[in-house]
Design a protein around this ligand. Structure first.
Ligand SMILES: [Zn+2]
Length: 521
């Protein structure tokens, strides 16, 4: 049945109404034309609310975000004592055999006591229950002694591509693997629940599509996530369109995936295979981002490389043969150097396959220029400004800080899409727009180079049509236009006209995917 939405204030359009049929926009126009065209279909009066294309979060971890929602949230904890208190409260309701999981802590933001959480703190909560806290960057875990014992980690253990601080119970980068393997992965029912809960939460933030990296978090191979996504999409149970950013542990896993006929573009309108995803380094907060020079606030380290260049080259080369481009997490300029060196071997002029750089944080001008010359897809996360603006000043020298997070330069010269990297950040797109526009931390008041601020319109594009372009889906999503899927977001405020602070107060009142309501306030 046709549906008419009238009295809408549509972003960048004089039209005030649109008609939806068979999950797509079929006509855009004035109230009268659309009301007549709907005949005996339903008419929905939006009463002047602001309407944009559905928000697209171009890089996140959907299933892991759903999982995050089921753990003890530690993002708001401002001291080790607060974390201990939250864990003690959760401990009471646990059954034997369960692992006490907390996520999202950020010791660099602590305002009380030492800026650290340690094994001893967790041992004070329990010596019997395994406790795992994942840092908000997702690249570091703090565990209690029980977990170290279960994983067979002692003071002498070392792991390639990872770092173990045995004394403090900190497992960094690849050193998290034994813990993830020992404590088990989700079963299919749990994994499905993560996806469903994650999508529901995204819908409340106005998100209708996402680029998501799910194969290796709470799962050890692509098999289970792929089966579940395909089944949910065939059953009509997807409320967010997912473009999967496919991560593999080994070249052999990637080869068997490709062998089965999967490659970029395979899938259906709700779940599609996106690019190969590679993680080249860690995080700025954890000082595991790979720099070309030692950290300004810790001259003993330049960070960690998560994948050596040879292995990366093998994987990128293999995928490239199947027209599957790579997108790579690279936060430090040292990691960006490695990524650019590998990409140079495979990139075609104009980057038709869609190779990409995820995060675009610590960058030198020569690297920004190469990203532009190569027309790399740039995946930024403006929400990072809140916690990164303060630490950027500490971690790198001022001249490098100035050329880092060069988002407007990239935006104006490449396809630059926005996202949250959830659960690293809460996937609140309106908040993301605020940070893209202000580049000012609400937490610390610190500002990043103000010449690189986006306008509200650009920030909105980074969350809509640029995401669609990154997924190669710009002919079906990212715009309110005839023949496009009817994905849109309705807000109570025209964020292009209000004072910038009011963007944070704007409310999502309705989210629609394929013409169906997936969220209503
Ligand atoms: Zn990520």
């Amino acid at each position: 049945m046709a549906k008419a939405y009238i009295n809408a204030r549509i972003w960048r359009s004089d039209a005030e109404a649109f008609l939806i049929e068979d999950h797509r926009f079929v006509q855009i126009g004035d109230n009268r034309t659309i009301t007549e065209a709907v005949k005996d279909g339903e008419v929905i009066d939006l009463k002047g609310a602001f309407v944009t294309p559905g928000f697209i979060d171009s890089h996140m971890h959907l299933a892991y975000y759903g999982y995050y929602l089921s753990t003890v949230p530690l993002g708001g904890c401002m001291s080790a004592a607060e974390i201990i208190q939250a864990l003690n409260a959760k401990k009471e309701e646990m059954v034997t055999g369960q692992v006490l999981q907390g996520m999202g802590y950020n010791e660099s933001a602590f305002t009380n006591g030492p800026k650290a959480i340690t094994r001893a703190d967790l041992d004070s909560v329990s010596a019997e229950i395994p406790i795992v806290l994942t840092r908000h960057c997702g690249h570091i875990a703090c565990v209690n002694t029980k977990v170290l014992e279960m994983c067979g980690i002692d003071a002498g253990t070392s792991i390639e591509g990872g770092e173990i601080d045995y004394e403090n119970g900190l497992l960094k980068e690849n050193a998290m693997r034994p813990m993830l393997d020992t404590l088990g992965h989700a079963n299919a029912a749990e994994f499905e629940e993560y996806i469903v809960q994650g999508m529901r939460a995204l819908n409340a933030y106005g998100i209708t599509s996402c680029g998501s990296d799910d194969f290796l978090l709470r799962s050890d191979s692509y098999r289970m996530p792929l089966d579940i996504f395909l089944r949910l999409s065939y059953q009509g149970r997807m409320t967010v369109r997912v473009n999967e950013q496919c991560e593999f542990r080994t070249p052999e896993d990637l080869a068997s995936f490709l062998d089965e006929g999967y490659t970029t573009g395979v899938g259906n309108e709700y779940f599609s295979i996106g690019p190969l995803k590679i993680i080249a380094d860690g995080s700025l907060g954890g000082r595991t981002a790979k720099m070309s020079a030692p950290y300004a606030d810790d001259p003993t380290t330049t960070g960690t490389v998560d994948i050596d260049e040879e292995k990366m080259d093998i994987m990128v080369g293999l995928a490239n043969r199947y027209n599957m481009p790579a997108i790579t997490h690279a936060i430090g300029d040292g990691a960006v150097d490695q990524v650019l060196r590998v990409y140079r071997k495979y990139l075609l002029p104009g980057n038709p396959l869609g190779y990409g750089l995820v995060h675009c944080q610590i960058m030198r001008p020569d690297q920004t220029q190469e990203a532009i010359d190569s027309q790399l897809n740039c995946y930024i996360q403006s929400l990072f400004v809140d916690s990164d603006a303060a630490i950027l000043k500490e971690r790198v020298k001022p001249e490098l800080a100035e050329t880092s997070y060069p988002w407007k330069t990239l935006y104006e010269n490449t396809n630059t899409s926005n996202g949250s990297d959830a659960p690293v950040e809460i996937p609140d797109a309106l908040r993301g727009i605020y940070f893209a526009v202000t580049r000012t931390s609400l937490m610390s008041g610190d500002r990043m180079n103000q010449a690189e601020c986006l306008t509200v319109d650009q920030a909105l594009e980074s969350y809509t049509e640029k995401g669609a372009k990154a997924f190669g889906m710009d002919d079906v999503i990212g715009r309110i236009a005839e023949d496009y899927y009817a994905d849109f977001t309705v807000m109570d405020t025209d964020i292009t006209q209000c004072p910038v602070e009011d963007i944070l107060k704007a409310k999502i009142i309705r989210t629609v995917v394929g013409g169906e309501d997936v969220y209503c306030d």
